[in-house]
Design a protein around this ligand. Structure first.
Ligand code: 5GP
Ligand code: ZN
Length: 148
Protein backbone atom coordinates (compact mmCIF):
# COMPACT_ATOMS: atom_id res chain seq x y z
CA UNK A 1 0.00 0.00 0.00
CA UNK A 2 1.30 3.51 -0.78
CA UNK A 3 2.58 5.36 2.27
CA UNK A 4 0.36 8.26 3.36
CA UNK A 5 1.97 11.66 2.78
CA UNK A 6 2.49 13.44 6.08
CA UNK A 7 0.52 16.67 6.40
CA UNK A 8 3.13 17.97 8.86
CA UNK A 9 5.64 20.21 7.10
CA UNK A 10 8.30 19.69 9.78
CA UNK A 11 7.94 15.88 9.60
CA UNK A 12 8.60 16.22 5.88
CA UNK A 13 11.73 18.29 6.57
CA UNK A 14 12.91 15.75 9.20
CA UNK A 15 12.53 12.95 6.66
CA UNK A 16 14.33 15.05 4.00
CA UNK A 17 11.27 14.63 1.82
CA UNK A 18 11.35 18.37 1.26
CA UNK A 19 13.95 20.63 -0.34
CA UNK A 20 14.94 22.34 2.95
CA UNK A 21 18.72 21.96 3.46
CA UNK A 22 19.60 20.51 6.87
CA UNK A 23 22.30 22.15 9.01
CA UNK A 24 22.49 19.10 11.27
CA UNK A 25 20.79 15.72 11.53
CA UNK A 26 21.11 12.76 13.85
CA UNK A 27 18.75 10.04 15.01
CA UNK A 28 16.95 12.39 17.44
CA UNK A 29 16.89 15.91 15.91
CA UNK A 30 17.37 17.92 12.75
CA UNK A 31 18.25 21.62 12.33
CA UNK A 32 17.48 24.03 9.52
CA UNK A 33 17.12 27.76 8.82
CA UNK A 34 13.82 29.44 9.58
CA UNK A 35 12.16 30.32 6.27
CA UNK A 36 11.25 33.78 7.58
CA UNK A 37 14.17 34.74 9.84
CA UNK A 38 13.66 37.17 12.71
CA UNK A 39 17.33 37.68 13.61
CA UNK A 40 20.87 37.82 12.23
CA UNK A 41 20.79 34.00 12.42
CA UNK A 42 17.52 32.17 13.10
CA UNK A 43 17.59 28.38 13.18
CA UNK A 44 14.99 25.82 14.17
CA UNK A 45 15.80 22.53 15.88
CA UNK A 46 13.09 19.87 15.80
CA UNK A 47 12.80 16.33 17.08
CA UNK A 48 12.64 13.67 14.36
CA UNK A 49 9.67 12.25 16.24
CA UNK A 50 6.41 14.17 15.78
CA UNK A 51 5.87 15.75 19.20
CA UNK A 52 3.25 18.50 18.74
CA UNK A 53 4.10 21.17 21.34
CA UNK A 54 5.80 21.89 24.67
CA UNK A 55 2.55 20.82 26.33
CA UNK A 56 3.34 17.25 25.25
CA UNK A 57 6.61 17.23 27.20
CA UNK A 58 6.69 15.72 30.65
CA UNK A 59 8.96 15.75 33.65
CA UNK A 60 10.89 12.66 32.58
CA UNK A 61 14.42 11.71 31.52
CA UNK A 62 13.56 11.12 27.88
CA UNK A 63 12.04 14.58 27.38
CA UNK A 64 14.68 16.38 29.44
CA UNK A 65 17.47 14.70 27.47
CA UNK A 66 15.78 15.52 24.15
CA UNK A 67 15.36 19.24 24.94
CA UNK A 68 18.93 19.44 26.31
CA UNK A 69 20.19 17.91 23.09
CA UNK A 70 18.14 20.37 20.98
CA UNK A 71 19.70 23.29 22.88
CA UNK A 72 23.22 21.85 22.54
CA UNK A 73 22.82 21.42 18.79
CA UNK A 74 21.48 24.99 18.44
CA UNK A 75 24.33 26.43 20.52
CA UNK A 76 26.95 24.56 18.54
CA UNK A 77 25.54 25.75 15.21
CA UNK A 78 25.26 29.39 16.30
CA UNK A 79 28.77 29.43 17.79
CA UNK A 80 30.03 28.07 14.47
CA UNK A 81 27.97 30.33 12.19
CA UNK A 82 27.72 33.53 14.24
CA UNK A 83 30.76 33.68 16.53
CA UNK A 84 30.73 37.48 16.34
CA UNK A 85 27.20 37.73 17.79
CA UNK A 86 27.43 38.58 21.45
CA UNK A 87 23.99 37.27 22.36
CA UNK A 88 22.16 34.04 21.64
CA UNK A 89 18.58 33.18 22.61
CA UNK A 90 16.77 29.85 22.65
CA UNK A 91 13.11 29.14 23.28
CA UNK A 92 9.68 27.88 22.31
CA UNK A 93 6.26 29.35 21.62
CA UNK A 94 3.67 27.83 23.91
CA UNK A 95 0.22 27.03 22.47
CA UNK A 96 -1.80 28.86 21.23
CA UNK A 97 1.10 31.17 20.28
CA UNK A 98 2.83 28.62 18.03
CA UNK A 99 2.02 28.41 14.32
CA UNK A 100 3.41 24.92 13.54
CA UNK A 101 2.29 21.93 15.59
CA UNK A 102 5.60 20.07 15.57
CA UNK A 103 7.87 20.98 18.47
CA UNK A 104 10.59 23.43 17.39
CA UNK A 105 13.28 25.28 19.28
CA UNK A 106 13.92 28.80 18.00
CA UNK A 107 17.66 29.60 18.07
CA UNK A 108 18.67 33.21 17.57
CA UNK A 109 21.97 34.97 17.14
CA UNK A 110 20.94 38.57 17.86
CA UNK A 111 20.21 41.28 16.88
CA UNK A 112 16.59 40.77 15.91
CA UNK A 113 16.08 42.11 12.38
CA UNK A 114 14.05 44.26 12.22
CA UNK A 115 14.16 45.15 15.91
CA UNK A 116 10.39 44.99 16.43
CA UNK A 117 10.47 41.24 15.75
CA UNK A 118 11.71 40.78 19.31
CA UNK A 119 8.07 41.37 20.32
CA UNK A 120 7.16 37.94 18.88
CA UNK A 121 9.49 36.22 21.33
CA UNK A 122 8.44 37.68 24.67
CA UNK A 123 7.09 35.89 27.69
CA UNK A 124 3.50 36.88 28.39
CA UNK A 125 3.70 35.74 32.01
CA UNK A 126 0.63 33.74 33.05
CA UNK A 127 -0.72 33.94 29.47
CA UNK A 128 2.25 31.96 28.16
CA UNK A 129 3.74 33.30 24.95
CA UNK A 130 7.42 32.50 24.48
CA UNK A 131 9.30 30.38 27.02
CA UNK A 132 13.08 30.47 27.29
CA UNK A 133 14.61 27.02 26.73
CA UNK A 134 16.33 26.99 30.14
CA UNK A 135 13.03 27.74 31.85
CA UNK A 136 11.34 24.89 30.01
CA UNK A 137 14.19 22.59 31.05
CA UNK A 138 13.55 23.50 34.70
CA UNK A 139 9.85 22.62 34.23
CA UNK A 140 10.59 19.16 32.84
CA UNK A 141 13.64 18.32 34.93
CA UNK A 142 13.16 14.84 36.41
CA UNK A 143 12.86 14.81 40.18
CA UNK A 144 15.16 11.79 40.47
CA UNK A 145 18.74 12.10 39.16
CA UNK A 146 19.36 11.24 35.49
CA UNK A 147 21.35 8.00 35.23
CA UNK A 148 24.82 8.42 33.63
P1 5GP B 1 6.16 29.36 15.67
O1 5GP B 1 5.37 30.55 15.25
O2 5GP B 1 5.31 28.09 15.59
O3 5GP B 1 6.84 29.50 16.98
O4 5GP B 1 7.33 29.20 14.63
C1 5GP B 1 7.21 28.54 13.42
C2 5GP B 1 8.38 28.96 12.59
O5 5GP B 1 8.51 28.07 11.49
C3 5GP B 1 8.21 30.36 11.98
O6 5GP B 1 9.28 31.19 12.42
C4 5GP B 1 8.20 30.12 10.48
O7 5GP B 1 8.88 31.13 9.76
C5 5GP B 1 8.89 28.77 10.36
N1 5GP B 1 8.43 27.96 9.23
C6 5GP B 1 7.14 27.69 8.91
N2 5GP B 1 7.08 26.89 7.83
C7 5GP B 1 8.37 26.64 7.46
C8 5GP B 1 8.96 25.88 6.40
O8 5GP B 1 8.30 25.26 5.58
N3 5GP B 1 10.31 25.85 6.33
C9 5GP B 1 11.10 26.53 7.24
N4 5GP B 1 12.41 26.43 7.06
N5 5GP B 1 10.57 27.25 8.25
C10 5GP B 1 9.24 27.32 8.36
ZN1 ZN C 1 5.50 16.59 12.46
Amino acid sequence: MAKAISPCIFCQIARSSNSTPLLHSDDKVVAFKDINPSAFRHYLIIPVEHIPTVNDLQRRNEDYTLVSHMINVGETLLRRDAPQSNQYRFGFHQPPFNSVDHLHLHCFALPFIPRWKQLKYMSLGPLGGFIEAEKLLEKIKPLSPIPP
